[in-house]
Design a protein around this ligand. Structure first.
Ligand code: FE2
Length: 435
């Protein structure tokens, strides 16, 4: 059980938390419900967002056919970048504005779903692009109200984007990754079809599965909502409440499933049970962090992804060097938990236990090492890189990495133990090589 003293109200803290989630349908073949569910939502003409590779595959065709069968007109947009940028978000928004759609369907990974959220936002509530972008990078203007209906159908098992109100992109001119976050951007309905994971290459499944692991464990160990400053108005309560009892439940179950199934799912493409359960775990972890938040491993990941020189991940057929998001996150995680465990050792131990670690006899002082060891075991079992050095970083990069992570204030503030810029550099140093 979670430690109840974690939610002791601090002076000026917020005693309340708010939960915002998508409707969710989970089950084999449920992608074929897209048309009927769109009709139920009153949609007559939708934009279907996907990427060029997925557009030719049966999964997207099933969604299109079901829309046709339901009498819903559908125009496909497949120009989604694997790592969306401010320019690709704006191109998608132009397509959506010109098409005069009354709703949206997205079929793809986090990049596709995030691009669809942005297109929906700028079509429904037009504004200058940076108006809604997270402050201090953008103006951080609140999204003024509900968006058009959006049915999100994930094809990877990790980002959880189908259940969250955030859309992440590369702000090219500023050379950093940031996002737009609002409860109004949470998709109306998530259709999570476990069959989607059947054909994912091992490295892709491992990276997205570790992303989900980190969503759940960061959410479980982040600063509690009772330490976050109470907003002046209830409507200003942030989407990311901080740790809260509702997110705790979803995070623990996600961790339990990931601890049980991730290694199996990566090692055996024919293990439909493991791959399907990873799809469910990804959605659960999304609902957890979508209301609780993430902290240092994600904040640091943006620097790891942004400063890449020549690393190319196996199974990622991109022309340009790239550290996949889930990889850029989990490579920081063992080093981070060794640092944050002293702030809430019980939660670190419980998280490790959910992941399958034997915590008998472990003391609070052991918590960081116990959780780091379990994550490292899972990285080894999935043949993941052994640390940041394996994706091209070294001692000379520590200060640039710390500089890159430090502006991610929204994530850094959610850490149970604050990290200065010098401490971030030390955390990157600790992440260079785990074995
Ligand atoms: Fe993530």
């Amino acid at each position: 059980m979670a430690c109840c003293h974690y939610y002791m109200l601090e002076e000026g803290g917020d005693a309340a938390f708010s939960i915002n989630v998508s409707q969710l349908t989970f089950g084999p073949g449920c992608i074929a419900e897209a048309g009927d569910r769109a009709r139920e939502l009153g949609l007559k003409r939708v934009a279907l967002f996907t990427d060029r590779k997925l557009a030719a595959l049966p999964f997207v065709q099933t969604a299109q056919q079901s829309l046709r069968d339901a009498g819903v007109d559908c125009a496909v947009y497949s120009e989604v970048d694997v790592e969306p940028t401010d320019a690709s978000f704006q191109a998608a928004a132009r397509f959506a504005q010109e098409g005069r759609f009354d709703g949206f369907v997205s079929v793809g990974g986090g990049s596709v779903i995030d691009t669809c959220k942005a297109a929906n936002l700028f079509t429904t509530h037009p504004a200058d692009f940076t108006d809604y972008v997270n402050a201090p990078i953008g103006a951080g203007r609140p999204v003024p109200g509900p968006l058009k209906a959006h049915i999100a159908c994930p094809t990877t098992s990790g980002t959880g984007s189908e259940t969250t109100g955030v859309a992440v992109f590369d702000f090219v001119a500023r050379k950093l990754k940031t996002g737009i976050a609002s409860k109004h951007m949470i998709p109306t309905l998530a259709l999570v079809d476990p069959d989607a994971a059947a054909t994912l290459p091992g490295t892709v499944l491992a990276a997205s599965g570790f992303d989900a692991l980190s969503h759940a464990l960061e959410c479980y160990t982040c600063r509690p909502h009772t330490m976050r400053a109470k907003p002046a108005h209830a409507s200003a309560r942030p989407l990311y409440n901080g740790a809260n009892p509702w997110s705790d439940n979803a995070a623990r179950e996600a961790l339990r499933l990931i601890g049980k199934y991730l290694v199996r799912a990566v090692g055996d493409a024919s293990d439909a049970e493991a791959r399907g359960q990873m799809m469910y775990a990804g959605a659960l972890a999304g609902m957890a962090f979508g209301n609780g938040g993430c902290h240092l491993p994600h904040g640091m990941s943006y620097a790891v992804a942004g400063l890449v020189r020549d690393y190319r991940a196996p199974d990622y057929p991109h022309a340009h060097p790239m550290v996949p998001h889930g990889m850029a996150v989990i490579l920081n995680a063992p080093s981070v938990y060794r640092f944050t465990a002293s702030a809430c050792p019980e939660r670190h131990l419980e998280g490790a236990e959910c992941l399958g670690a034997d915590i008998r006899g472990a003391t609070p002082a052991d918590a960081g090492e116990v959780v780091a060891k379990r994550i490292i075991e899972m990285m080894q079992a999935t043949r993941f890189p052994a640390g940041l050095a394996a994706v091209g970083y070294g001692e000379a990069d520590l200060s640039a990495l710390a500089d890159g992570a430090f502006p991610q204030k929204r994530l850094l503030d959610n850490s149970p133990r604050p990290a200065s810029k010098d401490e971030l550099a030390e955390l990157f140093r600790g992440a260079m090589r785990y074995w």
